[in-house]
Design a protein around this ligand. Structure first.
Ligand SMILES: Cc1cc2nc3c(=O)[nH]c(=O)nc-3n(C[C@H](O)[C@H](O)[C@H](O)COP(=O)(O)OP(=O)(O)OC[C@H]3O[C@@H](n4cnc5c(N)ncnc54)[C@H](O)[C@@H]3O)c2cc1C
Ligand code: SF4
Ligand code: SF4
Length: 814
């Protein structure tokens, strides 16, 4: 049987989903051809904000890879816009003059972002926020730093603002209405949201009407109607979208606000369907994916010749993907309804239920959003709330006075109950997949049903459904908590510090609801490190959150005395330094002087009361702390290299000294040891270090991820480079990436195992911009790090901080 020709214009989320359904039910009915104006495959547009914020990459958000199209025999023309539809000839014509015949056509052209036509809107540096190109342009602008003005205080504008702030820009949001997200939030919730954004350093100006964008070629500022002028290096307009209907209109299809379809997604031409944001169905247009996915399912069934029930409007809840700003809004609110309101200002929580004739018609929750899904269920089912009016605002936990068990609640939900709003997945679909396919992990359920695969905010609910079905057999993703003070793992703690702009240990405890008020010996040093690494120059190191070795800048030994190691860059020293060390050993009766495995000299057996005078004398001789105790750079070991050795090809000692001068002072998740060796004979043992450099005829081979302690492991090659400058850039970039994403006490080899050696190599070697950005951030943070702690103590700073706040006595094992 010859297949019919199905042509799709636009390759966004809606037609992507439609094809999945179509291939499930009628895989052989059509030859499919897709034209997409964007030069790429289908990706999850919802996740552009996490890409902007730096939490995901483009690769992470691809929905269908090129392989997927190939395996389904789909012809995909990327970067090829359709410019005309000839309904009589049943053909489409592309901008590349390709003419393709169709039996059935689907128009899925999505929306265009609306650009306010104020003077200056066409200047360079004025962007919309719609696709990956916009996102990448914003990321590039943010890398240059400066000030961003985001016009529009709706969902998209606020996500853009938070992302740009995350990337280090000063951000101002201009919103024309008196409160933020006024279409979804009432003024009280909008006010709480504004406060939360301001608390993380985003300036918000409501009732701000943009008069013009200033600048000659590039944007330089924004002028408001009231005469205020704001500097701006970047302006993002996120003021709304318009269904992209031009093509349909020119083809003579019925178009109103959107392309008009019936409930089966058929346009006014029986051969042409339309799905997605470009559609107007039942008089409504949509801008969230849940209804678009309904359209996709209905159109696919119709195309497959097995029609299902037509499209019906359902309110879709709105959530904001900005960490720490929990809000939930669904349904109607406004004048003329009854309201039930609960405010808890101290907890930053606000709930408003909008009620009509004892039925919920809307809900606005800010702060405490756990009951959003429950209220939405009642809204959708039209449940009568008369019996629980007194307590309904307190949430599901308080109905009937019993303890709230979320697993029990999931068990009692109906099969129709929607669990994943983004993907429109019901409880019944999840339960069926678990039972029929033997799924036991969240990742499996995500892969098979797509539940929680978009924004992920329903992951907990999906987990509860799984527990209610599987009981003990449910395999909870093993997230190792930081310690017993919390249930959160390191990843969440690091991400929250960054996203929520937390700048103190207490703020972390508060935000992540720590179970203890002062933490413990495991979490305090970890959080102190994360804050230091995230906010160089801003967060002040909390000495009291360090182990005794780091607090006293010397290693405590088993008899209670200390060992002191002055730094010798690259393992080199001078007679003057040696004399000063010998004098210090004599003067303070230090019993043992030993050369360490890292080529430094260790003064062992220093009494606690002598520490400061010993440091003072070593400082006077020009020596600084060797940080032999630190979760930071320890040593760069070298061999003698070409100056002395017959085999040496390069100046390994000189390069070791340069590297150590560049890296010293940098705190890292765990100790960091380097070596530079003058030829592959490897006398400096570079191939078991955290980072090693091997001088070879053509230049330098950089290796990393070695270990020679309790765990023994050889290094993996990162790259070969030609110059010392490149060695330094790669080393700085690798160190910084590790510093930014390593878990406290996670050695570089464990970190690399977690991230993947191939991935690390891919980013650092194939993406020079990214490498440079890591390197630059390392250089930036070093200006605040290269301060000798001995000298600070000698000068009197911090002595009072020697006493611990938390009892942090034992060095946590590696
Ligand atoms: C930053 C951002 C965050 C979002 N967050 C959320 C969220 O949290 N929750 C939620 O539910 N929704 C969210 N959305 C909205 C959601 O992404 C959209 O509703 C959805 O992607 C629209 O899908 P679509 O297939 O209708 O159109 P689109 O995904 O816009 O796809 C349309 C495609 O058609 C192409 N095209 C247009 N004209 C032509 C032509 N003539 N020829 C060929 N190709 C053409 C375009 O290039 C585009 O690739 C967000 C959107 C953005 C931009
Ligand atoms: S590594 Fe090579 S250059 Fe260095 S000391 Fe050994 S043999 Fe000589
Ligand atoms: S190898 Fe063991 S005993 Fe020797 S210094 Fe290191 S930790 Fe101490």
């Amino acid at each position: 049987m010859t297949k019919q020709k199905l042509v799709i214009v636009g390759n966004g989320m809606a037609p992507g989903r439609m094809l999945e359904h179509l291939f499930e039910t009628a895989p052989d009915l059509y030859d499919v051809t897709i034209f997409n104006a964007e030069p790429r495959v289908n990706y999850d547009r919802i996740m552009l904000s996490p890409v902007l914020a730096g939490d995901k990459s483009y690769e992470d958000i691809i929905i269908h890879s090129e392989d997927w199209y190939a395996s389904h025999g789909v012809t995909l023309h990327m970067g090829e816009r359709i410019i005309g539809i000839d309904r009589d000839a049943k053909t489409v014509t592309s901008a590349k003059d390709r003419v393709v015949h169709y039996d059935k056509l689907v128009i899925a052209t999505g929306s265009n972002p609306f650009i306010i036509p104020v003077p200056g809107h066409q200047l360079e540096g004025v962007l919309a926020y719609r696709d990956l190109d916009d996102t990448q342009n914003m990321i590039a602008a943010a890398a240059r730093g400066g000030r961003a003005v985001v016009i529009g205080g709706g969902l998209l504008g606020l996500e853009a603002a938070a992302g740009l702030k995350n990337r280090g820009m000063d951000v101002t949001v201009l919103h024309i209405m008196p409160s933020l997200m006024e279409r979804q939030l009432d003024p009280a919730a909008g006010h709480l949201l504004q406060q939360a954004l301001e608390a993380r350093g985003i300036e918000v100006r409501c009732k701000a009407n943009t008069k013009q964008i200033l600048g000659s070629e590039r944007v330089e500022g924004v002028e408001l109607e009231d005469g205020t002028i704001l500097d701006a290096d970047l302006v993002v307009m996120a003021v709304g979208i318009r269904p992209n209907t031009g093509l349909a209109k020119e083809a003579g299809l019925e178009v109103n606000r959107g392309i008009v379809t019936d409930a089966q997604m058929r346009t006014s031409d029986a051969s042409i369907y339309s799905v997605g944001e470009c559609v107007e169905v039942g008089g409504m247009v949509y801008g969230l994916v849940a209804p678009l996915y309904d359209m996709a399912k209905i159109a696919a069934a119709d195309l497959a010749g097995a029609p299902i029930a037509g499209f019906k409007h359902v309110d879709t809840p709105t959530k904001l993907k900005v960490t720490g700003c929990d809000l939930y809004s669904v349904g109607q609110f406004g004048e003329g309804y009854e309201e039930i309101v609960l405010r808890d200002a101290a907890r930053g929580s606000y709930k408003r239920l909008i009620v009509q004739e004892n039925k919920i018609v809307g809900a606005v929750l800010y702060g405490d959003v756990a009951d959003g899904g429950w209220y939405n269920e009642m809204l959708k089912s039209g449940a009568c709330i008369e019996d629980m009016r007194q307590t309904i605002i307190f949430g599901q936990a308080h109905q009937g006075g019993g303890n709230f068990d979320p697993v029990e609640a999931a068990a009692t939900m109906s099969d129709d109950a929607e669990i994943c709003g983004c993907n429109g997945i019901s409880k019944g679909t999840i339960v069926k997949a678990i039972n029929e396919q033997g799924l036991t992990t969240l990742a499996d359920v995500r892969a098979h049903t797509k539940a929680s695969a978009s924004c992920g905010s329903c992951s907990n609910l999906v987990a509860c459904v799984m527990k209610s079905v599987l009981g003990e057999s449910f395999v909870q993703k093993a997230v190792e908590p930081v310690c017993s003070c919390t249930e959160h793992g390191h990843e969440i703690v690091r991400a929250t510090i960054k996203k929520a702009g937390l700048k103190s240990i207490q703020a972390v405890y508060q935000t992540l609801e720590w179970k203890t008020s002062e933490g413990c010996a495991k979490c305090r040093p970890a959080i102190n490190y994360y804050l230091l690494s995230e906010w160089p120059g801003e967060y002040e190191d909390d000495q009291r959150s360090r182990f005794v070795n780091e607090r006293l800048h010397a290693n405590i030994q088993k008899d209670g005395t200390y060992s002191v190691v002055p730094r010798m860059f690259g393992g080199m020293t001078t007679p003057d330094e040696l004399r000063a060390i010998a004098d210090v050993a004599d003067k303070y009766n230090i019993p043992t002087v030993k050369v360490t495995g890292g080529q430094r000299i260790d003064l062992l057996g220093v009494k606690k009361e002598d520490l400061i005078p010993v440091w003072a004398d070593l400082n006077k001789a020009g020596m600084v702390s060797g940080a032999a105790y630190a979760k930071g750079l320890r040593t760069v070991k070298t061999c003698v290299g070409k100056d002395w050795c017959r085999f040496g090809t390069q100046d390994s000692t000189g390069l070791g000294i340069k590297l150590e001068k560049f890296l010293w002072g940098a705190w890292s998740p765990a100790k960091l040891k380097l070596a530079v060796t003058g030829c592959p004979r490897n006398c400096a043992e570079a191939t078991c270090k955290d980072i090693g450099v091997i001088c070879v005829d053509s230049g330098y081979e950089i290796v990393y991820g070695g270990a020679a302690g309790l765990h023994i492991q050889g290094t993996t090659k990162l790259v070969n480079v030609a110059t010392e400058e490149e060695v330094i850039e790669y080393t700085g970039a690798l160190t910084q990436w590790y510093r930014e994403t390593g878990f406290y006490l996670e050695r570089i080899y464990k970190w690399a195992n977690r991230l993947g050696y191939d991935h690390i190599q891919d980013v650092l070697v194939n993406d020079p911009e990214q490498r440079r950005a890591y390197y630059d951030r390392f250089v930036y943070s070093q200006q605040f790090a290269q301060i000798d702690p001995w000298a600070e103590f000698v000068a009197g700073k911090g002595a009072s901080e020697i006493e611990p706040m938390a009892e942090i006595k034992l060095e946590a094992a590696e």
